[in-house]
Design a protein around this ligand. Structure first.
Ligand code: ATP
Length: 299
């Protein structure tokens, strides 16, 4: 019986491993297959640029045909500049980033990069040009090294380490029991929101994309971490065309252009100074933020 037990035990272990791997794959496919309706055009072009100007031209969009979310959204992010979007929850801010990544196609109007409609580009080349630092980074059940290197699988170990340094997560990694080999994710070491966002920043630095989407965390990070992440954002957004979905106004004071969204429309636009002078919705949000603690998101 003992002779039988050992291989059975081994098979049990293999079975559990395979099951977990399949679960991970399932998650990944469900992420990848968010919308299989998006197909490359037969004559789709390959995007190849280091300086991307993004335009939203009279964009209407709804996830479902009977519920319109975006209405006539018009704006431009010139190459290398930063545009920040603010507005109440549900205003449509994150929807802009999903459309730019082409998880969905617009219902009318168009989104262009250097004048070319996203629908005329291959999805692979479009996505290779965009780095996303999401609100909540998904970590793979693998080493922290793998989780950073995922940004560019061709990167050397030195480049991965350099990216970790630039994202200010190197010292933290060195303090872990197995350093870069420490397994993180659901079945490994759990990282805090700030640490996960830094992993995403390191991944993005490694990917080195000309377009950056930064979806700020809604959950409150402690103010020291928040300030550090803001400083990192300023560093990584330099010379990249950047769209920031902001929940704290302090993040975006320096943005080249701020869009204020309400009910799927852009209701105000300008620099921080111009919007304060306008004395409208943005100025009200700013005044409210000055009264509340720095850690609480107000928008
Ligand atoms: P928050 O600040 O809370 O992140 P947001 O301004 O980014 O909000 P969006 O995530 O863009 O808002 O959502 C805009 C609207 O679209 C919301 O009313 C939301 O319920 C709806 N919505 C978002 N994703 C989907 C989806 N996959 N299917 C259907 N409706 C959706």
């Amino acid at each position: 019986l003992l002779q039988l037990y050992s291989p059975l035990n081994f098979l049990g272990m293999v079975y559990r491993e395979i099951k977990q791997a399949l679960t991970d794959m399932e998650k990944m496919f469900s992420l990848l297959a968010q919308n299989t309706e998006i197909q490359d055009a037969a004559d789709a072009q390959t995007l190849k640029t280091q300086a991307a100007t993004i335009r939203f031209d009279a964009v209407d969009f709804g996830y479902e045909t009977n519920r319109q979310i975006l209405r006539g959204v018009d704006f431009e992010v010139p190459a290398g500049k930063t545009v920040a979007v603010v507005g109440a929850s549900g205003a449509g801010k994150s929807t802009l980033s999903r459309l730019l990544f082409r998880f969905y196609d617009v219902s009318s109007g168009r989104i262009t990069i250097n004048g070319v409609d996203l629908r005329a580009l291959t999805q692979a080349s479009l996505r290779a040009h965009i780095g996303i630092v999401p609100q909540d980074t998904v970590l793979f059940n693998d080493s922290i090294y793998y989780n950073i290197a995922y940004g560019n699988t061709g990167a050397s170990r030195d480049e991965v380490i350099e990216a970790a340094r630039s994202a200010h997560i190197y010292d933290f990694i060195q303090s872990l029991p197995d350093g870069f080999d420490t397994v993180v994710g659901e079945r490994g070491l759990k990282l805090s929101g700030g640490e996960k966002q830094r992993v995403a920043i390191a991944r993005t630095i490694l990917k080195n994309p000309p377009i950056l989407i930064f979806d700020e965390a809604t959950s409150a990070l402690d103010s020291k971490t928040e300030k550090a992440i803001q400083a990192e954002l300023v560093t990584i957004s330099a010379n990249r065309t950047t769209l920031v979905i902001a929940h704290r106004l302090s993040t975006i004071v320096e943005a080249d252009l701020i869009l204020v969204m309400e009910g799927g429309r852009v209701i105000e636009r300008g620099t921080h100074r111009e919007l304060l002078d306008l004395n409208g919705q943005y100025a009200r949000m700013w005044a409210l933020q000055q009264q509340t603690s720095a850690e609480e998101p107000v928008v």
